[in-house]
Design a protein around this ligand. Structure first.
Ligand SMILES: C[S@@+](CC[C@H](N)C(=O)[O-])C[C@H]1O[C@@H](n2cnc3c(N)ncnc32)[C@H](O)[C@@H]1O
Length: 315
């Protein structure tokens, strides 16, 4: 992997991703639905002979970067700026075409480091934007949500998407402040958090509130839920889906969906005998979730929360 890739974003669980995707049929493209800095794609192209990649990202900057990183494999990579659910719909439009698909969810280290995009609370002056696709996709920013949503809805957002137990207090403080001046920057939100959390605003609190807003701004759970069945339909027989999730809300969706697709019987539980005689749609390749080793976590802190699951469509 090139040094440039490492600086932008260090990909996680690379060996396992390649190992699973190598099980798929080589005649189909592999959709990297979250190409980011191109680290996973580079490893796939290097290690799976004859593989071809459909490189997708909703962030135009990420796509530009991956174009540079993957330039050495010209002719084996196509690039598409889109959400991965849109890309999957396109890939399956004329029937199954994919040998594999990878979703490495969330945001890249680069997006977190780019203060002007408002993904992190590091710089107080950063605008509360958080749209992964920048202005290209439109849609409300984090500031729009904070300034326009009902207090009750904000409280639910912090609690459900941020798993922040004091979400109600924060929502009340935001509502109070915006009645005199709209929240615009990370500093404005940090000030509200400081009052609501009685001065205790550490990395954990920041991460929870940041996560809640980011998930909502980018409609991340909706995109994932829409994408999974579309990817399944776009996979060729024997095609493999690999998903890496970084928080329990995403992982829960992936876990239940893949488990559901691997069941041989889809009769209601109350039925005493199986009537459906259903064939499973495919096989779960990861009986239990795959996590990074201690040494990977020691060299890349971001890997700490990664959870990988893989599934193979029936032949
Ligand atoms: C964790 S990073 C991926 C890093 C990449 N695997 C690498 O090796 O550099 C996630 C990337 O997915 C993109 N992304 C997140 N959700 C997306 C979606 N629904 N559709 C398309 N891209 C998405 C983000 O813009 C970001 O660039």
């Amino acid at each position: 992997m090139s040094e440039a890739t490492e600086e932008y974003h260090t990909p996680v669980l690379v060996e396992r991703v390649v190992e699973f995707l190598a099980l798929g049929p080589t005649r189909g493209e592999i959709m990297d639905g979250t190409v980011g800095g191109g680290g996973h794609s580079a490893a796939i192209l290097q290690r799976i002979p004859e593989s071809r990649i459909l490189a997708v990202d909703r962030d135009p900057e990420a796509l530009e970067r991956s174009r540079e990183v993957l330039a050495a494999w010209e002719g084996r990579v196509r690039f598409l700026r889109a959400r991965f659910d849109e890309a999957a719909r396109g890939a399956g439009m004329l029937g199954p075409s994919l040998g594999g698909a990878l979703l490495d969810l969330g945001i890249s280290s680069r997006q977190i480091d780019a203060d002007r995009r408002g993904f992190a609370f590091r710089s107080g002056e950063a605008p509360l934007d958080m749209r992964m696709g920048g202005g290209a996709e439109g849609g409300p920013t984090a500031a729009d949500i904070l300034n326009q949503w009902e207090e009750e809805e904000l409280a639910r957002l912090f609690r459900e998407y941020g798993e922040e137990p004091r979400g109600r207090r924060l929502a009340a403080e935001v509502a109070k402040r915006r009645s005199t001046r709209p929240l615009k920057t990370a500093r404005d939100l940090l000030d509200a958090m400081s009052v609501a959390f009685r001065g205790k605003v550490g990395p954990k609190e920041k991460a929870r509130v940041f996560q809640a807003l980011r998930i909502q701004v980018n409609r991340e759970l909706e995109s994932l839920e829409a994408a999974l069945p579309l990817i399944r339909e776009a996979l060729l027989p024997g095609g493999v889906l690999v998903v890496i999730a970084y928080h329990s809300l995403e992982d829960r969706i992936v876990k239940h969906t893949l488990k559901d697709w691997s069941r041989s019987c889809v009769c209601p539980p109350a039925l005493p005998v199986c009537r459906c005689r259903g064939e499973p749609l495919g096989t779960l390749l990861t009986r239990s979730v795959v996590r990074p080793t201690d040494s990977e976590v020691a060299s890349n802190a971001r890997a700490r929360s990664a959870r990988l699951r893989a599934w193979q469509r029936a032949e």
